[in-house]
Structure formats: structure tokens, C-alpha cells
Design a protein around this ligand. Sequence first.
Ligand code: T5A
Length: 212
Amino acid sequence: MSAQQAGCFITVEGIEGVGKSTNIQFIQDWLKERGVSFIVTREPGGTELGEQLRELLLHGGNVNDDAELLMMFASRAQHLNEKIKPALKKGQWVICDRFTDSTYAYQGGGRQLNVSHIEQLENLVHGDMQPNLTLLLDAPVEVGRARAAKRGAFDRIEAEDLAFFNRVRDMFIQRSAEHERYCVVNANQPLDAVQESIGAALAQLKEKVDAL
Ligand code: T5A
């Protein structure tokens, strides 16, 4: 936690359909029960500008890969300054459905863009500010795709093929091994087992924060 940050920043990551939205609901209930003040937000999106960019990214026409990368970070720059940092400063916890790890996974892994360009943009937009905890919900691509398909038509990114999503998953797994803030949760098991693991990770973080 940085000097000016009072709240905790939690990001939830993973491929499509692994249960991010479902488990963010669980996280909200968990925090409410313990009287923790929090906000829930998402990327791309979270602000008026970010939501407009999200619409273009997911439902717009042709988007060049570099333009896609820059739009993800444009949304993030607005989001961090307008919403995330002010909430953390007030002592609220911030639960964010996807963050920069998704850019490494989708634009770096999936689209195979140069990872050093992502690092440069990350440095420009959030310097060394990182989540306190990143919950990576992990399941085989086929499992996530089958769950997501039940929801209806795929958006522009969801329409990519299995090889793309396997590269995305591999990049998430690679990053989870490189960064201590990650907690990898097996999302290919019944929901109550998934939520038991998430609850344990939250309890550990809260214990750490309460001891400060
Ligand atoms: N993106 C995003 C980038 O390319 N770069 C970036 O930098 C960023 C930030 C955003 C898209 O943008 C891309 C990635 C994405 O393609 P999104 O809406 O945030 O899109 O993400 P999606 O992954 O598309 O969200 P989904 O709604 O598809 O997936 P969720 O939230 O992971 O899954 P959820 O909770 O809706 O669950 C899906 C279904 O599975 C069931 C649920 O009940 C639901 O029906 N389910 C389970 N069933 C059985 N067992 C379990 N354990 C289950 N958990 C959930």
C-alpha cells in the first residue's frame, strides 16, 4: 500500500466466463458483512469516458490492435484519476473487474503485441501503483467459453478463436508466477469451493490491513 493510499485495491482477472461477475457479487457481500466501505468498478469502463470507449472496443467496427491497446490505457488513465485513486484515498476498498493484467493477457498474449510497449504505457498511466490483491480465476478455455456462450452473442473480443484465448490464459498464468500480489483460484470447481478460496484470500488481506 502506498503512502497516500488508505483503502485496498483488489482486481479480479481471468478469461471470459470464469465467473468474475458472479464472484464480485460474493466479494461485495463479504465486505458488507464486515462493515468495509467499498466501490465496485470495471475495465474497460468505470467512468463516462471509459464506458464510451468500452462500447467502441466491444461493439464497434474495425479497431486496429495498437488502437485497441491505447484505448484500454486511455480508459484506465481516466478511471484511475477520476474514480480509483480518489476512492482509495478516502479509505474505500476498490473492487475492479479486470485491470492492467488483462492488457498483458489480451493485447500482449492474445494479440501478441510487444510487451515492452505495454510496460511503457503501464509506467506512464500508473507508475508503480499496483493492486494489493489480484484474484485470478482460472479454468480451461473450453469451460469459460461454454459458460459465457450461455449469456448470448459474443462481442468483438469474445469472437476470437480458442488459440487466442489459450494465449490469454497462458499469459495470466505466467504473470501470476511473477507477481506476489496474485492469488490463483481454481474456477473449474463448484461455486461454493471457488468462494471458499476467495473468502480465505480476502480474510488474509483484511487481517494484514487491520494489523497496520
Ligand atoms: N479486455 C479488458 C482487454 O482485451 N484488455 C484489457 O485491458 C481489459 C481491461 C471485457 C473484455 O475486454 C477485454 C477482455 C474482455 O474480452 P468483460 O465483460 O469484462 O469484457 O469480461 P468477460 O470476461 O466477457 O465477462 P463475462 O461476463 O463473460 O465473464 P465472467 O464475469 O467471468 O463470468 P460470469 O460471472 O458472468 O459467469 C458466467 C456464467 O458462468 C456461471 C455463472 O452463473 C454464469 O452463468 N458460473 C459458474 N457455473 C458453474 N460453476 C462455477 N464455478 C461458476 N462460476 C460462474
